[in-house]
Design a protein around this ligand. Sequence first.
Ligand code: ATP
Ligand code: MG
Length: 265
Amino acid sequence: MKIGIDAGGTLIKVAYLEGGSRKFEKWPSVEIDRLIEKLKREHAADQIFLTGGKAEYMAEKLENTAGTSIEFDATYRGLKILMEEQGIALDHFVYLNVGTGTSFHHASPEGQERVGGSGVGGGTLIGLAKLLVDMDDYEEIIRLAEKGNRDEIDLKVHHIYAGRPTPIPGDLTASNFGNVLSGDTSDMGPEDKLQAVIGLVGETVTAVGISLAEGFETNDMVFIGSTLLDNSVMKDIINRYAGLKGAKAHIIHNGEYSGALGAIL
Ligand code: ATP
Ligand code: MG
């Protein structure tokens, strides 16, 4: 068996490959030592390939690993495989890995280059959720956010123009959380605040993605990273924002496993 591991800041993604079959699994990064023990116990005879920020740590603890890849190269190799499997045939695009933080890349037939990064990502989502509504369980946060409404929290372009013609779509957010002082906050619930947090993260990374896509003269933006996992609020925001700007967002199924898969190749 071949095992690819992308040990990230929040989650460790594991891909098990045997013959034609493939299995994916995630572990919280805080349980890294428990995973290492399990690998030593159950997979001593298997080839283990590593990537991600915590790959060196794992390589030191696991003896005889099969190799460590640079995270950005491994992720791109895995991403290309997943895109091909999902019938997404693009040879020139930008992609965003929305992990704990977000990294931005440009892909062309010559390969990928990392073109930027932002500290706004999935860690921001969890951190602000904890501070604002004292929740830290990812699944619970995204489920509750689905029921929210951020209209009274975010300031829209049309709020500022107040009925006058707007030079850009009035429905675009002018300021995330910018309407809090003027909006009706009397019955604002945790679900509304959580949706606004996801809005902040989703719109920020998408706005950067759109600018990069324009700069690199492509309409296609590809999104990966566990922050998109089952996150319908985030996915809707990405698709809507991309659409307003004439770009196309492609959200890759199992995209968070790109690095783990690519580490093996
Ligand atoms: P980085 O690449 O920045 O080092 P990472 O690889 O750990 O980090 P991802 O796994 O892509 O990052 O994404 C982590 C984010 O995914 C979290 O910050 C959180 O918002 C979200 N997430 C999804 N599922 C979970 C989960 N089960 N537990 C914690 N966070 C989760
Ligand atoms: Mg990562």
